[in-house]
Design a binder for this molecule. Sequence first.
Ligand SMILES: Nc1nc2c(ncn2[C@@H]2O[C@H](COP(=O)(O)OP(=O)(O)OP(=O)(O)O)[C@@H](O)[C@H]2O)c(=O)[nH]1
Length: 330
Amino acid sequence: MPKDARVPVIVVSGFLGSGKTTLLKKVLATPELSDSLMIVNEIGEIGIDHHLLEKSDDRTVLLDNGCLCCQLRGDLQELLVDITLRRRRGELPGFDRVIVETSGLADPGPVAQTLYSDAPLARDYRLAHVVALVDANNAEGRRAAPVIASRQVAAADLVIVTKTDLATQDQVAESLDWINTINGFARREIASHGDIDIALLAGVSPFAWQEPTETEQGGYLGSLLTPHPRDVTSFTLTFNEPLPRELFQDFLDILVRLRGADLLRVKGILHFEGEAAPVLVQGVCHVFDKHVALAKGASAPDQSTLVFIVRALARKDIESLWLSLLSLSR
Ligand SMILES: Nc1nc2c(ncn2[C@@H]2O[C@H](COP(=O)(O)OP(=O)(O)OP(=O)(O)O)[C@@H](O)[C@H]2O)c(=O)[nH]1
């Protein structure tokens, strides 16, 4: 067999906040996989992840404000064709593989299918892996969009159960059971903070993606029709002035206390009063990270920007909460 010279593509999916960016940051820091072109898809109007990956801009492409499995599927095709042309003309630095980070609400199946069904793409690219991340600590979040969450697992050849440092043994076992009911064929790994055996992704996989059959899906997916839940919405709050840190923390604490279960994903980069470095703020349902100042020289939007992906929660209610706290504090 002649060596397959096509560029391998790794599709990384996983429900909102399951740890995709954390894993990819680690992956891109390894010598085996640092030579990758990243395509990052985000649901919100304003993308945040590309600021967090700490890769040079010409190696990271953002496809934001839409879902890769529906609205942006054509954009991915065009992007990959364009990348091939620019690479041939020497306008792009060389890369050994493409990694596509899908949004937390995308079904990776159609994305993978695109690589097979589009003849020009299939000439230059081959699907190497579909990876799905499953947050052991957030079964509740997955239940907000069960069809998408299970399709992510169904399409994968490698499923990584994440955040095992936060989860109980029962939660890990429950996640593995849930994965088994959907896809008994994928390799399963357990990881915290993105620590996986890099060889799992660096190697050439004999895997060929196929639409899972009903039996493989345990009949489960067949019974579920609409992939995107209607009550899940996304919006971005932007703040022109630097924010008072303590008040903002109160605002987040109140939001978490009142509606934590519906905060499927919150992430943003904020400028706080009197602080030189912008700060990364992010959370998944009830669990928020400690705020981390961005490294010197890291790119950041000029205004404070906070992206919300929420269930049954209106933008105006969140804005009013912030405005009331602000006026009470003055
Ligand atoms: N304790 C713990 N936190 C983690 C782990 N992996 C990720 N996180 C945190 O979980 C949150 C979400 O992680 P991300 O890597 O941004 O998740 P994601 O899947 O890229 O998120 P979206 O792209 O927004 O869907 C962040 O606050 C991370 O710091 C882990 O293994 N353990």
